[in-house]
Structures are given as C-alpha cells and as structure tokens.
Unconditional design. Sequence first.
Length: 143
Amino acid sequence: MTIAARLETRRHTGWPVEDTAEVRVVFPHAVAEIFLTWAAEERGNWGALEGSDGTLEVDDDTLVLTRDGRAQRWWCPPALSSGSVHPDWFGPVAGQFVDAVTGVATSEENLAEASLCATLESLARESSRQGGRALPTPAPVAS
C-alpha cells in the first residue's frame, strides 16, 4: 500500500501553511483519491465511492445511489458546506479518544485510528517534499 501527495499554497501565500492537498492512497483492491482546498471562491463538499455494484455520491446535502443506470436521491440536511463543526459526532469521537488515551476505554480502536491518521498525514507531507513520490505505508493499514 502506498500514499502519494502534493501539498501547496495556492491562495493564502501570506500564511505559513498549505491550503490545498491532493492525496492518493493505493490499497490492494482499491484506490482513494482526495482533493481538499481552502483556496476556492466558495465552499463545497462532494465525494463518491465507486464499486462493482454502483456509485454512492454525496453532493453537499444530497446522497445519490446509482445502480443499473438508475439513480436514487436522498436529501440530507444540513448541507456539509454550511459549516465545519459537526457536534453530532465530534463530541463522542473526542470523548472516545480521551478515554483511550487515559486508559478508561475497553477498546483501542479509536486510538489506533488516530495513530493511523497521524502516520498517513506525516507520510503525505514527506511524499509532497519528495515531489509527490508514492511512499509505502506501514503494515497493517485496514482497507
């Protein structure tokens, strides 16, 4: 499994931080392509999962399942672009992390996920420093 990334500052040149990330993670049977930017004129959220049975797409406040040429749509307010704070899940996730770090939790899944995120973020930065070269991820990484 590998990760390749290009991190850059497209708009906020006065700040010492990247505002755009292009990341590609290659798993044994799947590929994840991620594009994030804070350099756009407007805020938008879109994502898609393509599988052998169809495509699941989220476009801001709409979920679309396409199979056999037919699309089903569900409206899911509030729109993702309406804010970056998600109190319905952030509080519980942060609480689970604190429980894992302090030893209160009976499961280490949350801490393992946080560790994986930190490792992938570090590898993405290194890949970008190397011009976007694909770097191997440490095993095991769940796919």
